[in-house]
Design a protein around this ligand. Structure first.
Ligand code: HEM
Length: 489
């Protein structure tokens, strides 16, 4: 009881200070005030409902880097940066000094010792195994065939269904189900079939959603507070504990089923077209336990992309024209044909510049250092790279940074324009670059070509479109649309 009263008293003081802050805040004072004891936390909480745009404003006026002072004694100070020179330094040239660190592991405890949270030798080891799997020809064939059949036998029939019914549907939910089923098949070999007319809720998908949100709040709450809430089973942390239990239960179920399948097959599985779990279990006796699915990034990218298309009909017309110019309706969506779609790729990258599926990157310094911007970093400092703000900085992308302009990704002679990953961080940068980048781009192009050829997507007017707070940048209220067939299929 004593700890509850303490918590309540702290909350009351915090509410009072927030009120005080609101009453006496100067209207043009955008930079959060550094309060005695509480640091900048009140300013942060007041702007929580628009945290992403707030971070854009602050980083723009602070020359791309600023020190966020957390409450005193709680070790919550963070250096927030979107300076490409700093990003290159942290992610590549001084990579060994910037690790995920034990606190990251703690915050992302649901993922255990998986590749997302691992450092040093364990990470190198896992990365080597993943690399071998992802680049294996059998896995690549398996991923293309899995994605193609999920599209033809799952997504397309469902889109046809909603087009025939004339009902509205949440496109983000559909993409979430499509990519969740695909990734689960690639990892475990089993299809959870969440993409079906019944649209049943999959417990693992729900757990992943809760984790994404919970992890975000753990970054802005003092550690003792979320630990206490976790221990007491309160609020967001209650959901985190439940998600953790679901993860362990479902993953063990998949592992046991796979173990039996391997024993039954007795080496008949030969590496052609096999899922990651099978490959890992055959190679190593322990590492497969670290394979855990993550909340999906591709669904987030596709949802923001289709919303941006609805606001930019000229871009839709240009993509459709590119599909026709390259004769895709006749020759099909093979890899070679997809590679020719330079404008479509430009539009996808442009969408991920403005709405990066992974909203922030977090690092911890091993030793003290000085960043190229001149900021001093002590050992064990927290560094946050805010991807959402990075894509919107005028100092990085020019005066038109806030506009959706696929043309910025195309060279004068019509080829794809390369931008350094320290400037376009959507797929990470340096030795920890995303291993699924190529697969994700292929998947997104395949889906977009199929949809734009066959359907008109109309976004329902009047709905609020805004990012929800989370590690993955999803749409807080989804994306309600109606679907019509362009011609009978
Ligand atoms: C649009 C889709 C995707 C985006 C934007 C994306 C982005 C990212 C980002 C930002 C990271 C770094 C995360 C961190 O360290 O905090 C990452 C890591 C990773 N991604 Fe992706 N990803 C996508 C799809 C995929 C897919 C489909 C796969 C699986 C085939 C995949 C596999 C991985 C792996 C294994 C890592 C860990 C790399 C490492 O730490 O060495 N990604 N991705």
């Amino acid at each position: 009881m004593a700890s509850i009263s303490l918590l309540e008293a702290s909350m009351a003081i915090l509410c009072f200070l927030i009120l005080f802050y609101l009453l006496f805040k100067k209207p043009h004072d955008r930079f959060p005030r550094n309060w005695p004891v509480l640091g900048m936390l009140p300013g942060l909480l007041v702007s929580l409902h628009r945290l992403y745009d707030y971070s854009v404003e602050i980083l723009e006026i602070s020359d791309l880097t600023f020190l966020l002072k957390g409450p005193r004694f709680f070790g919550m100070d963070m250096l927030v940066t979107v300076d490409p020179a700093n990003i290159h330094h942290i992610m590549s040239s001084n990579f060994s000094n910037y690790i995920k660190g034990p606190e990251f592991h703690d915050v992302f405890d649901v993922f255990g010792d998986g590749i997302l949270t691992a450092d040093s030798e364990l990470w190198r080891n896992l990365r080597r195994s993943y690399q071998a799997m992802v680049h294996h020809q059998g896995f690549q064939k398996f991923s293309v065939s899995t994605m193609t059949s999920k599209l033809k036998d799952g997504l397309v029939p469902l889109l046809n269904h909603f087009a025939e019914e004339g009902t509205t549907v949440d496109l983000q939910d559909l993409f979430g189900r499509f990519t969740f089923d695909t990734i689960l098949i690639l990892i475990t070999g089993s299809d959870p079939k969440s993409l079906s007319i019944e649209m049943h809720e999959d417990e693992l998908a729900k757990a992943l959603e809760d984790v994404g949100e919970g992890v975000f709040y753990r970054h802005i709450k003092p550690r003792f507070m979320w630990k206490l809430q976790n221990w007491m089973g309160l609020g967001q942390e209650k959901k985190m504990s439940q998600a953790n239990a679901t993860f362990d239960r479902v993953c063990s179920r998949y592992i046991s089923a796979k173990r039996e399948e391997i024993i039954r097959s007795q080496g008949v599985l030969n590496g052609e077209g096999e899922d990651l779990l099978t490959s890992f279990m055959k190679l190593d006796t322990a590492k497969y336990k670290l394979l855990k699915p993550r909340r999906d990034t591709t669904a987030s990218a596709l949802s923001w992309f289709f919303w941006l298309l609805s606001e930019n009909p000229i871009v839709v017309a240009k993509i459709r024209q590119e599909i026709i110019d390259n004769d895709l309706p006749r020759t099909g969506n093979g890899q070679e044909n997809l590679d020719k779609l330079v404008y479509l790729q430009a539009a996808l990258f442009e969408a991920m510049r403005l709405y990066p599926p992974v909203s922030f990157e977090r690092k911890s310094s091993v030793e003290s250092d000085v960043l190229p911007s001149g900021h001093k970093v002590d050992a064990n400092s927290k560094i946050i790279i805010c991807l959402y703000a990075l894509g919107r900085m005028k100092a990085v992308w020019g005066e038109d940074a806030l506009q959706f302009k696929p043309e910025r990704w195309i060279t004068e002679n019509g080829g794809p324009k390369h931008e350094p990953s320290s400037k376009f961080l959507a797929f990470n940068s340096g030795p920890r670059t995303c291993l699924g980048k190529h697969l994700a781009i292929t998947q997104m192009k395949t889906v977009v070509v199929e949809i734009l050829q066959k359907y008109d997507i109309k976004v329902i007017q009047g709905q609020k479109i805004e990012p929800g707070l989370g590690f993955i940048l999803s749409m807080k209220h989804g994306l309600r649309v109606t679907i019509t067939k362009r011609y009978s299929t």
